[in-house]
Ligand binder design. Structure first.
Ligand SMILES: C[S@@+](CC[C@H](N)C(=O)[O-])C[C@H]1O[C@@H](n2cnc3c(N)ncnc32)[C@H](O)[C@@H]1O
Length: 336
């Protein structure tokens, strides 16, 4: 299947019958294979990735709100895990309004040869090369080097880069010519699953967490989630502190902030390392629960001399202290 020839499928409405076909599922899997963004992050998310965390959040939130919960998913990638979370919360009886954001959502398809298309960010960074239905990401892993595949990737990427250099950047749809012409540019495409972005209760926004927070996103969320995004090897301490302030600003007083990663355990089973905070009036965050060992960036979210992380023992699914639990049950009441 030539996936990049069908990228318009990402704009299908969520009730389109095409979405239920096996062909569409194959298309989604292929176009949402892990791709490396120009900032070094991975464009990656998949169903069932968040199962354990979703269930825990649904249990914490319960059916306590008498209005839809405002859920903000930051660093959503293709939105597949966002959709899974929404469905889990809905199964738990919660109404959900979602704001899903990410820095890297837009891509173009450039036809470089009648048999070769590339998926590129507006800045010209190549996400995927598709040659006669054979797809590869320019990012190389150990296996690529061992098998010699890395050399093929390198050669094709160099060739594609030279061709792309003839186009002016940032990319824009080119008028004149047809999508079949070499050099034709199609897009921009919002690289998000249509089942999510077509929903009337979901807003998808391009947004960089390192930029100042937009006023309309300030203080609106009952739950902000940022998972599989923040890593101490990718964000230096000053940025992590800035991000912590930015994320707190999104929460209503009493709202939850969920920060963490699910990491592979000995390369096999993903294991959650998550910290769940509650937003306190006055702008601080209080740690109320950990999954696994807690987030490796937890300390950046706590005020100096605030709740010491050592006061909460690592636990697979620690129960809340009773007063923290009481506070959680009043989540977001103060913002109503
Ligand atoms: C591995 S994906 C995580 C996807 C999803 N949260 C999940 O767990 O399935 C990491 C995402 O973080 C996004 N990201 C990285 N830096 C960002 C930033 N400064 N602002 C917003 N999003 C960012 C990347 O674009 C990427 O989509």
């Amino acid at each position: 299947m030539r996936v990049l020839k069908r990228l318009q499928w990402l704009d299908l409405s969520p009730d389109s019958p095409i979405l239920t076909t096996p062909e569409f599922q194959r298309f989604l899997q292929a176009c949402f294979a892990p791709l490396r963004n120009s900032d070094g992050s991975w464009k990656r998310s998949h169903a069932t990735r968040h199962g354990e965390l979703d269930n825990r959040l649904a249990a914490i939130l319960g059916k306590r709100l008498d209005r839809p919960l405002v859920f903000m998913d930051v660093g959503m990638a293709n939105g597949i895990s966002t959709l899974e979370t929404i469905r889990c919360l809905e199964r738990a009886g919660l109404g959900v309004q979602t704001i899903a954001t990410d820095r890297n959502l837009v891509a173009y398809v450039v036809r470089l040869h009648k048999n070769l298309d590339v998926l590129v960010e507006p800045n010209g960074h190549i996400l995927m090369i598709e040659w006669n239905g054979w797809r590869l990401s320019p990012a190389c892993g150990l296996w690529d080097y061992l098998t010699g595949r890395g050399l093929v990737k390198w050669g094709l990427t160099m060739w594609a880069k030279r061709r792309l250099a003839r186009l002016s950047l940032p990319l824009e749809p080119r008028s004149g010519g047809t999508a079949e012409d070499p050099g034709a540019v199609e897009g921009p495409f919002l690289m998000v699953t249509p089942e999510l972005k077509g929903r009337s209760d979901v807003v998808v926004r391009i947004e960089d967490i390192l930029e100042p927070l937009a006023p309309d996103l300030t203080g609106v969320a009952d739950m902000v989630r940022i998972v599989n995004v923040l890593r101490p090897d990718r964000f230096p301490p000053a940025q992590l502190r800035q991000i912590a302030v930015n994320l707190r600003q999104r929460c209503r007083d009493g709202g939850l902030l969920v920060v963490g990663r699910n990491r592979m355990q000995r390369g096999v089973r993903p294991r959650w390392a998550v910290s769940i905070f509650q937003a306190e009036p006055g702008g601080n965050l209080q740690l109320v629960e950990r999954l696994g060992t807690g987030s490796e960036v937890e300390a950046y979210f706590l005020p100096p001399g605030g709740v010491a992380s050592s006061r909460l023992p690592p636990a697979q699914s620690m129960l809340l202290a009773s007063d923290a639990r009481r506070k959680l049950l009043t989540i977001s009441r103060s913002g109503e």
